[in-house]
Design a protein around this ligand. Structure first.
Ligand code: SAM
Length: 278
């Protein structure tokens, strides 16, 4: 009997639900899969025989050792924190030994305490390894709601906008707390992130990232008010930048679509390059 470790966010899937998650990945025989947090192997073991190869990152040494001991053909287990820097070298090495096109997919019943950092990490992976096709990940339902949210709703925010710069997100499956042992207090949702460049393109993603994070610190205030200080720090006058972007400064941050944040970032960069008028 495995005792779940709370600090690692362990909630193990019941076999019937794990099989559904594996099936929802639509595994193909030549797929290269990366799993985050295999735990006891609930998703891993049904998946490995159905894909080309699978690399799993598991922080819990005991669980990782148990999986390694099974000596499953095609399965590589890396013991350690998936958010640590050495993971890049591990992934690089594993991809280099595999398919020539380096296409790979991700699956994970994520530890909920670090699901946001993992989502940002996946976007970074896609920028570093464009072969990343998709990620099928379990999240708590309210995080999934934020990922698929529409503007002008309470769920729309930083996570929605930043995720939309690298992926299209769809809801795959809703799961009750009873699908896990021990049961979490919240409902869960399996989502799929399909990685792709945004359309229309976002020329200055790092500026969008910065502006969105600042804008949503006070989502009920007007754009002009929330961004005034950060504009000033960059030597810019917020009214001029907003009008160059074609945006009404009285709008609230939660009403803007990605394409509008991107226009704002373009205007911001252009204004910074222009001779200062202040
Ligand atoms: N995949 C298993 C399942 O569905 O039954 C376990 C899922 S459990 C929700 C999350 C798993 O992620 C646990 O095995 C936990 O030890 C592992 N984990 C937690 N934090 C991690 C981290 N930073 N890096 C890698 N694995 C982690």
């Amino acid at each position: 009997m495995i005792r779940a470790r709370k600090r690692f966010g362990q909630h193990f899937l019941e076999p019937v639900w794990a099989a559904r998650v594996a099936e929802a990945c639509q595994p193909q025989p030549d797929d290269q899969m990366v799993e985050i947090g295999p735990g006891t192997g609930a998703i891993t073991l049904p998946l490995v025989p159905r894909v080309g190869r699978l690399l799993a990152f598991e922080v819990d040494r005991d669980l990782a050792a148990r999986l390694v001991a099974r000596q499953v053909p095609g399965l590589t287990v890396h013991t350690g924190d998936v958010l640590e820097d050495d993971v890049d070298a591990v992934l690089d090495g594993w991809l280099a030994a595999g398919r020539a096109d380096r296409a790979f997919r991700v699956v994970g019943n994520l530890p909920y305490n670090i699901s946001s950092p993992i989502l940002y990490m996946l976007a970074r992976w896609w920028r570093r390894w464009p072969g990343l096709v998709d990620a099928t990940v379990m999240l708590q339902a309210d995080v999934a709601d934020r990922l698929v949210a529409k503007p002008s709703t309470g769920e729309y925010g930083v996570l929605t906008l930043l995720a939309s710069m690298s992926a299209e997100v769809t809801r795959v499956l809703d799961l009750p707390p009873g699908a896990f042992r021990p049961q979490p207090k919240v409902r869960s949702t399996l989502v799929r992130l399909r990685f792709r460049a945004p359309e229309p393109p976002v020329p200055h993603p790092e500026v969008v990232d910065r502006l969105v994070r600042v804008a949503f610190t006070q989502r009920r205030k007007t754009l002009a008010n929330t961004l005034k200080a950060v504009a000033g720090a960059d030597g810019l006058e917020i009214g001029a930048v907003l009008s160059a972007a074609g945006l009404d400064g009285r709008r609230r941050p939660e009403t803007l679509h990605l394409v509008e944040y991107s226009a704002l970032a373009d205007a911001w960069v252009a204004a910074r390059r222009a001779p200062s008028v202040l």
